[in-house]
Design a protein around this ligand. Structure first.
Ligand SMILES: *Cc1c(COP(=O)(O)O)cnc(C)c1O
Length: 462
């Protein structure tokens, strides 16, 4: 099995990024509950034949859809060790929890947070943003909100994020009981950053009608175009208004590892909480999201729940309090910290930073290729690692959506789509360390070829 997976990763470029799933393969996953045993070699064979070839292909260098990380063999081996150990990181006195605390301290160093800050591995940034909202809610209303509920406070808490913010911020408002309508969507400026004057007006307007502004959610690396909000100005406003500043840095926050990009994140060191993923630009295999909270006491008071069966001691296995289960909703938790610890140690922070710089350089190269091709147009400036463009033609939304499907089905490169200023864009997010300029060239060539093909079909049809 180990050989198969090392071969898979070594030769992944020779495979299709993705391929349509044959009906008979899908049908093999509609079987009755197996009552008896099956030979391990047989099940492994089924994995090789029916599962491995039909993933979404984000380890492949041609995968540039959505924001997916590529993973590494080192991360894979660490996952094997973690699974062998079968550690449960809910708490108790064990070195696996110390590994998580070690990663937390490295993260504090990276973001210039005090060493006393607290951090927690979670599934992904969606969950990390939810935890950020919940801690900010407790900070605004007091931990009593956990017992009495929001209504008892008589306050209407309002939050602010840019129109380019990820949908999981609104979802976090929904899940936390504050309601997604209480998230004010602030328009963007021409660089796709939150318009800070509009933010100030929105906060003032809410105060005038008696609402309680409690949270600004800045974005470091927007999902559509890779924009970074002006975090220093957001920090200034949040401080002045006594509002919690949370940063959604799902993939972009780790650009702190790249010396020439880090200055663009200035202000992140003043955030109250930061959500980000190691499984995107950090190249750690799924899943490895993370929430960092400046004030460890507030973080703990938003989640810690006494229970007789979770009693703490100063000696024995029940030592080592506070436990990770005091910092989020999960009790049983896997050892996500191990693959992250291995990845950071084996490659080193500088090499991870070079991957991030390299992705941005490829995105700039791609932007130049698009500007040099008269039949293509950029739909947003290339700010980080995301490029949004399209083939110029009649009925462009439909044709470009079709180009993306054709590219994905070609198995060579796989971008995704988004809408920029009301127009459908072919969107490439370069995240994987395996992607190089030949993949970008193939994407540009393919987009032009499929665009020409669709244009011919369109002319024939009309
Ligand atoms: C990917 C992403 C998220 C969601 O993170 P998950 O790890 O998928 O839960 C949130 N915000 C931004 C900006 C993202 O790119």
């Amino acid at each position: 099995m180990l050989d198969d997976m090392l071969d898979y990763l070594e030769h992944i470029r020779g495979r299709p990024v993705w391929q349509p799933i044959p009906r008979e393969v899908r049908a093999r996953f509609r079987q009755a509950l197996p009552m008896g045993p099956t030979d391990l070699a047989q099940v492994h064979q089924e994995f090789m034949q029916d599962i491995l070839p039909f993933g979404v292909g984000n380890a492949h260098p041609g995968f540039v859809g959505w924001v997916h990380g590529g993973g590494t063999p080192v991360g894979m081996l660490a996952e094997m060790l973690a699974a062998g150990l079968n550690a449960n990181l809910g708490g108790r006195d064990q070195i696996p929890v110390e590994v998580e605390r070690q990663v937390t301290r490295w993260v504090c160093e990276l973001f210039h947070f005090p060493e006393s800050a607290s951090g927690l591995f979670v599934t992904g940034t969606s969950m990390a943003n939810l935890i950020g909202v919940l801690v900010a809610r407790s900070a605004a209303l007091g931990a009593g909100v956990r017992d009495k509920g929001i209504a008892a406070s008589g306050k209407r808490l309002t939050a602010y994020a840019s129109a380019g913010a990820h949908g999981c911020i609104a979802q976090a408002m929904d899940l936390s009981g504050l309601g997604s309508d209480a998230l004010r969507i602030i328009p963007m400026n021409d660089r796709f950053q939150m318009n800070v004057e509009a933010l100030e007006r929105a906060i003032a307007a809410d105060r005038r009608i008696g609402h309680t502004p409690f949270l600004i959610a800045g974005t470091a690396g927007s999902v559509d175009v890779g924009a970074i909000d002006d975090l220093a100005r957001l920090a200034h406003i949040a401080h002045r208004e006594r509002i919690w500043l949370h940063v959604d840095g799902a993939y972009g926050a780790l650009a702190m590892l790249a010396p020439e990009i880090a200055p663009r994140l200035a202000g992140i060191e003043r955030a109250d909480s930061i959500a980000f993923d190691f499984h995107k630009w950090g190249q750690v295999p799924y899943d490895a999201g993370f929430i960092l909270v400046r004030d460890a006491t507030l973080h703990q008071s938003a989640f810690t729940t006494p229970a007789a069966y979770l009693r703490r001691e100063t000696r024995g296995m029940a030592g080592g309090s506070p436990w990770p289960c005091d910092l989020g909703p999960d009790l049983s938790r896997g050892f996500r910290a191990l693959k992250t610890w291995f990845t950071i140690k084996v490659y080193g922070a500088e090499a991870l930073g070079r991957v991030i710089s390299g992705s941005c350089a490829l995105a700039r190269y791609m932007g130049q290729c698009i500007e040099a091709a008269p039949m293509l147009e950029l739909l947003a400036p290339v700010s980080l690692n995301i490029v949004c463009f399209r083939y110029r033609c009649a009925d462009a939304d439909r044709v470009n959506a079709d180009i993306v499907i054709s590219l994905q089905e070609s198995g060579v490169v796989a971008p995704s789509t988004t809408i920029v200023n009301g127009r459908l864009a072919i969107r490439a997010a370069i995240v994987n360390h395996r992607t190089n300029s030949s993949d970008i060239d193939a994407l540009i060539r393919g987009a032009i070829a499929f665009g020409e093909r669709d244009g011919v079909q369109l002319r024939k049809a009309s």
